[in-house]
Design a protein around this ligand. Structure first.
Ligand SMILES: *[C@@H]1O[C@H](CO)[C@@H](O)[C@H](O)[C@H]1NC(C)=O
Ligand SMILES: *[C@@H]1O[C@H](CO)[C@@H](O)[C@H](O)[C@H]1NC(C)=O
Ligand SMILES: [Zn+2]
Length: 496
């Protein structure tokens, strides 16, 4: 009240009100929403009931039995489906946990966890079974869990590599037995790659996941591994990894392999990784697993800065679908003895749940045509972060963003492109509905849109074999200059 007495302060107040209520209607329509997760009490520490799910490793039959029994017991909170079968015919089960398990809730995000992509890293597989049990048994008693399940559809694939698991050995901390699928393929090297052509033959397990994520627009994802204690974020690959061709070059390259390969959403990926690490009992301390392995500051790392790899799942999720996936290495020992599982659950429980709540940070909304009908596959690009993402068939979109001022470009074939400004605050997501007007141009529909903005190609049109800088990166003259040139061209050229 007092502030309004002076013009200057009045203007300041008005500006603050505009910013913080997000009703700064430049060309889109934004409103603030009720505070969500931040206003809730922390999820409670909870040990799953040993009668329903003990802290032991579950083989495929036991895992299947647990999932079936849980979906029968909690029909209003869970749905069980299979996205395909492994080479040896084991189902790749996905359990949805949500207050709307059978149907996508329009306007609310779908998120996922994937466990056990490496068959001999099964701590995540067990953690995900316990997470399911924790969710269903806490829904009526824990406000945080209830809020999360009421506002999110959580898809949990406890094992992506059941065949590998079947030949793994409890107590084996290192090594490769059981890492691969039944044909010997490393599934986390089996996805199309943005940076390099991946010639590995697509495996049924990978194909099932690709098909799955093409049908559901996941906003956020975690892939659970073992063998280290760190949250690792994209990119896993770099345009420069091809310079390491001979062992002499590779030895030299080791020195420089600390060069990170950063996405335009690096701030968000670091934040998501920190949410996991800081809510974990010890990950953020960044203590090395053993003396010969790296210590990670704050328990997080860029994937390529740790070691570059081609065909990884997280880069694929992000580049093809805008899904923010990170890799969670949750046990120094790949396959620790079962008696340690309870401890792993206690260490990871809070991280696993708070990470998922991050899907509610940032901007979300709808794209409509002038008649108010949703526009499917409209492309949206946040200015300054050139990775496109698309609306669902209901016209919905989500983007996880940290507090700040942003501009989005919205484009759909046959409509005039539009630029929309909005503000993100810490306390709640920003809701943003955008109406596109039909394009005035009579000719040229389908020509790829206006020249100032080329939206990211739909995944099926994408040609992994032809990144724009492939030629430059194959030049061996001067490793350091290649690395820095590569990173520069990454920023300027990668998404054209
Ligand atoms: C599921 O929801 C329906 C409708 O709300 C209710 O009648 C039923 O009792 C619930 N079932 C269980 C097992 O909670
Ligand atoms: C945006 O559109 C959705 C779906 O029609 C609607 O429920 C919501 O109230 C709208 N929000 C605003 C701010 O107009
Ligand atoms: Zn792994």
């Amino acid at each position: 009240m007092i502030l309004r007495n002076t013009i200057a302060n009045g203007q300041l107040l008005l500006l603050l009100m505009l910013l913080y209520t997000s009703e700064y209607l430049c060309s889109g329509k934004t409103v603030s929403t009720e505070p969500l997760a931040v206003a809730l009490p922390e999820p409670r520490a909870y040990l799953p009931d040993a009668q329903n799910l003990d802290f032991v490793y579950h083989d495929h039959e036991e895992l299947t039995r647990f999932l079936r029994a849980t979906s029968a017991r909690y029909p209003n909170l869970t749905a069980l489906y299979s996205i395909g079968k492994s080479i040896q015919g084991r189902d790749l089960w996905v359990m949805v946990v949500s207050s709307s398990p059978y149907e996508h809730m329009v306007g609310k995000p779908d998120v996922k966890y994937v466990g056990n992509i490496h068959g001999n890293e099964p701590v995540g597989r067990e953690m995900l079974l316990h997470l399911i049990q924790y969710f269903v048994s806490s829904y009526n008693t824990d406000q945080y869990v209830k809020w999360l399940l009421d506002n999110t559809r959580i898809h949990i694939l406890p094992t992506m590599n059941p065949d590998g698991y079947a030949v793994s050995k409890e107590g084996t901390c290192d090594g490769g037995q059981g890492r691969y699928n039944a044909r010997g393929f490393d599934l986390n090297r089996n996805f199309p790659d943005y940076f390099k052509q991946n010639n590995k033959r697509g495996q049924p397990e990978t194909d099932a996941v690709k098909d799955w994520i093409s049908k559901i627009q996941f906003v956020l994802s975690g892939s659970l591994h073992g063998g280290a204690l760190v949250a690792s974020y994209p990119y896993d690959n770099t345009p420069n990894s091809r310079i390491c061709r001979s062992s002499a070059l590779c030895a030299m390259f080791q020195t420089y392999s600390a060069a990170p390969s950063l996405t335009p959403d690096d701030d968000v990926f670091k934040h998501l990784s920190l949410v996991y690490a800081r809510n974990h009992a010890k990950m953020s301390r960044g203590v090395a697993c053993k003396s010969a392995t790296p210590a990670f500051e704050n328990g997080i790392t860029n994937g390529a800065a740790w070691y570059p790899l081609t065909g990884g799942m997280q880069d694929y999720n992000y580049v093809w679908y805008g899904c923010m996936e990170i890799t969670l290495e949750i046990s120094c020992c790949k396959f620790p003895p079962a008696y340690e599982l309870k401890k792993y659950w206690e260490d990871n429980q809070l991280s696993l749940i708070k990470f998922l709540a991050e899907a509610h940070r940032g901007v979300q909304g709808f794209v409509f045509d002038p008649a108010g009908m949703p526009i499917e596959r409209a492309s949206i690009k946040i200015k300054g972060r050139d990775v496109g993402f698309q609306t669902t068939k209901y016209g919905e979109f989500w983007r996880i963003l940290l507090p700040g001022y942003y501009k989005a470009e919205v484009f759909a074939e046959g409509y005039a492109p539009r630029e929309v400004e909005f503000v993100i605050v810490e306390q709640h997501p920003t809701l943003l509905n955008v109406t596109l007007q039909a394009s005035k141009r009579v000719e040229g529909v389908g020509a790829g849109g206006p020249s100032f903005y080329r939206p990211m190609q739909a995944p099926q049109h994408y040609r992994p074999g032809a990144p724009p800088y492939a030629a430059a990166a194959s030049n061996d003259n001067g490793i350091l200059s290649t690395i820095s040139n590569g990173l520069n061209s990454l920023y300027s050229n990668i998404f054209g």
